[in-house]
Design a protein around this ligand. Structure first.
Ligand code: FAD
Length: 360
């Protein structure tokens, strides 16, 4: 019997698999496709990302430095409100390479990561969990003391064990223009319902255009309109779901969710790479596969790491739906240098941030 079966080898699954294997546990991870594909993510992350990957990976992953954002209440020609730091705030990275790097680190630690293996069913018993996997050799059943559901926003694991859905799923779409651009700013346009559209300069990899919003609002037509306003035609179009708002519980007797499966995501940007890996680290340091009571410790640990920032993130997101005049007045008041950490809106209230907001 395995100590852990991990379902999904995205950032959350590979990070957990690596940590649990380093602890000496028997870990097998099943990934339905090939690691990193298909792409449905901007790979725009705070510089904290470098704490999660080996140093030698920097050259392969890095695409551009970002120092701040220009917010607009209208389209490309509208007045920008600039928020920035005098040092890099974030990096744009190659997301496919990130997933490969994290999976490789998990393999090096001793985790068995099996690609092209889809978990199709799961049954939880008092003392173990049975996982049915469909792969190139046919269908197999694996037993594990515990299962980590790291299978993304539509999580089959979550559904199989009857855990509640996230509060909301947004629909995101991306496309790329090959023209190299190493500008220091991303552009954020508050022009779509309850979220935003964006332009991200990716250095030599070109420019990414994207938007996300609640489904049912004709996302593709909005995306066409947005890129037309910029005067570009994009290719390599892709799309995905962004879960917002974790449920009250992400654990059962022997199953626990990490990452997008648990909506470990920033409600005001849709970024989940670092929150998912932070929650994975919480799981590694708390969950003992021989002791189901430790899952309660995991629930407390990730909530104490992320809940305050997620709560504040919801409040920030509300401003995206405020009347345009209110948005402009608010942004006009606060634009300029900021001290806030991109993943941690609670740092808005640190001494460093308050100092940057004082009149000079
Ligand atoms: C348009 C868009 C842009 C985004 N941009 C950013 C960004 O710039 N920065 C950021 O931080 N976040 C961004 N995100 C969010 C980010 O992509 C996710 O938060 C992140 O991928 C979550 O990682 P994860 O490991 O939890 O899930 P995933 O990365 O979704 O990985 C889940 C894995 O599970 C596998 N899987 C699913 N079901 C099964 C099954 N039954 N059996 C086996 N394997 C299975 C999948 O193939 C997948 O590899 C964006 C999302 C979207 C949609």
């Amino acid at each position: 019997m395995h100590d852990f079966v991990v379902v999904g080898a995205g950032p959350a699954g590979s990070r957990f698999a690596r940590g649990a294997a380093e602890f000496g546990y028997d870990v097998v991870a099943f990934e339905q496709g090939t690691v990193g594909k298909p792409l449905a993510c901007s790979g725009h992350v705070s510089t904290d990302i470098w704490e999660f990957v080996p140093e030698e990976a920097h050259e392969r992953l890095y695409q551009n430095d970002i120092y701040g954002a220009r917010f607009h209440t209208g389209g490309p020609g509208s007045q920008p409100y600039r928020f920035f730091k005098d040092e890099e705030v974030s990096n744009v990275i190659d997301r496919i390479e990130l997933d490969r790097t994290l999976a490789e680190a998990a393999r090096d630690a001793g985790a068995d990561i099996r690609e092209n293996n889809t978990v199709v069913d799961l049954s939880e018993y008092r003392d173990h969990v049975e996982v049915t996997v469909s792969g190139p050799e046919g269908t197999e059943t694996h037993s594990a003391r515990m299962v980590a559901g790291c299978d993304g926003p539509k999580s089959r694991v979550r559904h199989a064990v009857g855990l509640p859905e996230p509060d909301e799923l947004l629909h995101g779409v991306l496309g790329f223009d090959d023209e190299p651009d190493d500008q220091d700013f991303v552009d954020v346009h508050l022009t779509v319902p309850r979220f935003f559209a964006w332009r991200i300069p990716r250095g030599e990899a070109g420019v990414e255009y994207g938007l996300a919003m609640p489904p049912g609002n004709d996302v593709s037509a909005r995306f066409e309109e947005f890129t037309r306003e910029y005067g570009v035609e994009t290719d390599r179009r892709c799309s995905g779901l962004i879960p917002i708002g974790p449920a009250d519980s992400v654990t059962t007797g022997r199953v626990f969710l990490i990452g997008d499966a648990a909506a470990h995501n920033k409600p005001f940007t849709g970024g989940g790479i670092l929150y998912g890996m932070t929650a994975a680290d919480c799981a590694v340091s708390t969950v003992d596969p021989n002791d189901p009571s430790t899952l309660a410790e995991y629930e407390s640990a990730w909530r104490s790491e992320l809940s305050s920032d997620i709560r504040l993130g919801h409040l920030i997101r509300r401003a995206y739906s405020a009347p345009e005049k209110v948005q402009e007045t608010g942004m006009g008041l606060f634009e300029g240098e900021i001290g806030v950490h991109m993943d941690r809106p609670t740092t808005l209230f640190t001494r460093e941030q308050l100092r940057t907001m004082l009149p000079r």
